[in-house]
Design a protein around this ligand. Structure first.
Ligand code: V47
Ligand code: SF4
Length: 351
């Protein structure tokens, strides 16, 4: 293990087996220190944040992922679906705020036609021309390609023409086919998620990437997932930011406990150290909790995400963090952690 630690201290790349040994044998203090040194070498004392708005356009979903507490079944009258006008009104509610990014994802609602998605992007962009519309996961892109009977590339092209700026990283879950069978059997396979992100990158569309962790997966499953992301990034360099999403155990049928703060910090450190070619690493406070996210900035993360208002997916599953934060609070929280808050846009251009 000392050889692996030396490799990391020299800025070298480690293999999956070496990362696995660290994950299983190295204490959180040593791992956190290594992750912290790697982030400091790149970003010094800077911690990024974004002035953003999350919007979910529908919670009706044809899939039924076992970990999801957000979605409602087709036909459930308690579900919601925004018209494009309602979505625009949500954006207009915050017209007085300098929002730089609108993050839009939702369920797979069979009542919505292909054109709705393009009108939604264009409608939001018309309200907020200066913001980046970061919308629709690869799962939604795959669903739309099938719905319309067109290629993934055509869907991405149409979305870009409508005003799409980037793809969010959701829907990746864990790539292991055996785990996907247990967690989200209706969802497209990991290979399709990777194919769509590769295509987006080759078209010049930047994307984020995620891993849902802390449920029934092992460290090997996590690292194999990250190895697939690292391989793709070596080919395309199109990923902006990696977001390890901590599983929230409430209100969903998956019988899993959820994870703890030590595992979270080890996950952050290993993400920084193993996934060495994805430049940014997000401490997603909405899922981890604010205090663990502050510690994550010391263990490898360089981004604190954003104002959000209002996060629904994790909160439906019992997340106890706030649903959003003011910019003042966000900056204060970063400063209290010992870092300098720096506002960024979706692509990490400093503002
Ligand atoms: O894909 C669903 C996850 C994701 C639960 O790209 C759950 O900048 C935890 O991807 N516990 C959506 N997670 C969120 C997401 C995201 C969030 C913030 C920023 C970005 C970005 C992307 O939420 C889903 C799924 O993996 N999810 N249920 C749950 N119970
Ligand atoms: Fe639907 Fe996404 Fe929830 Fe799965 S995670 S049930 S695809 S909304």
């Amino acid at each position: 293990m000392q050889n692996t630690i030396d490799t990391l201290k020299e800025g070298g790349r480690i293999s999956l087996e070496e990362a696995l040994e660290l994950a299983e044998k190295c204490d959180v203090h040593t791992l956190g220190e290594l992750g912290g040194l790697a982030r400091k070498a790149r970003y010094g004392n800077t911690a990024y944040y974004v002035y953003n708005q999350h919007m979910n356009y529908t919670d009706i979903c044809a899939n039924a992922c076992r970990f999801c507490a957000f979605s409602k079944r087709v036909g459930d009258e308690t579900g919601f679906t925004f018209t494009v006008e309602q979505a625009q009104a949500k954006i207009r509610e915050r017209a007085h705020e300098p929002i730089r990014e609108v993050h839009i994802v939702g369920g797979l609602n069979p009542a919505l036609p292909y054109e709705y998605y393009l009108e939604l992007i264009a409608g939001v962009k018309a309200e907020r021309p200066e913001a980046t519309v970061k919308a629709f996961t690869a799962v939604e892109v795959a669903y739309l390609a099938e719905l319309k009977g067109i290629s993934y590339q055509q869907v991405l092209q149409d979305m870009r023409d409508a005003g799409l700026g980037a793809l969010p990283g959701g829907g990746a879950e864990v790539f292991s086919p055996a785990l996907r069978e247990k967690l989200c059997p209706e969802k497209v396979p990991g290979s399709v998620w990777l194919e769509i992100h590769e295509l987006a990158h080759t078209m010049g569309i930047k994307t984020n990437c995620t891993l849902l962790f802390g449920h029934i997966e092992t460290w090997r499953d996590r690292l194999e997932h990250m190895a697939a992301l690292r391989d793709l990034q070596d080919r395309t360099n199109g990923f902006i930011c990696f977001i390890p999403l901590q599983y929230q155990p409430g209100n969903n049928p998956l019988e899993a406990q959820g994870t703890d703060g030590v595992d979270y910090l080890k996950m952050i450190a290993l993400s920084r150290l193993f996934l060495d070619n994805v430049p940014h690493l997000k401490a997603y406070w909405a899922f981890s909790g604010v205090k663990p996210a502050q510690l994550a900035l010391h263990a490898g993360a360089d981004d604190f995400d954003g104002t959000l208002v209002e996060e629904k997916v994790g909160h439906a599953a019992g997340a106890s963090s706030p649903k959003g934060m003011t910019v003042t609070k966000l900056r204060e929280t970063i400063k209290q952690s010992g870092f300098t808050p720096v506002e960024r846009d979706t692509f990490f251009n400093e503002i």
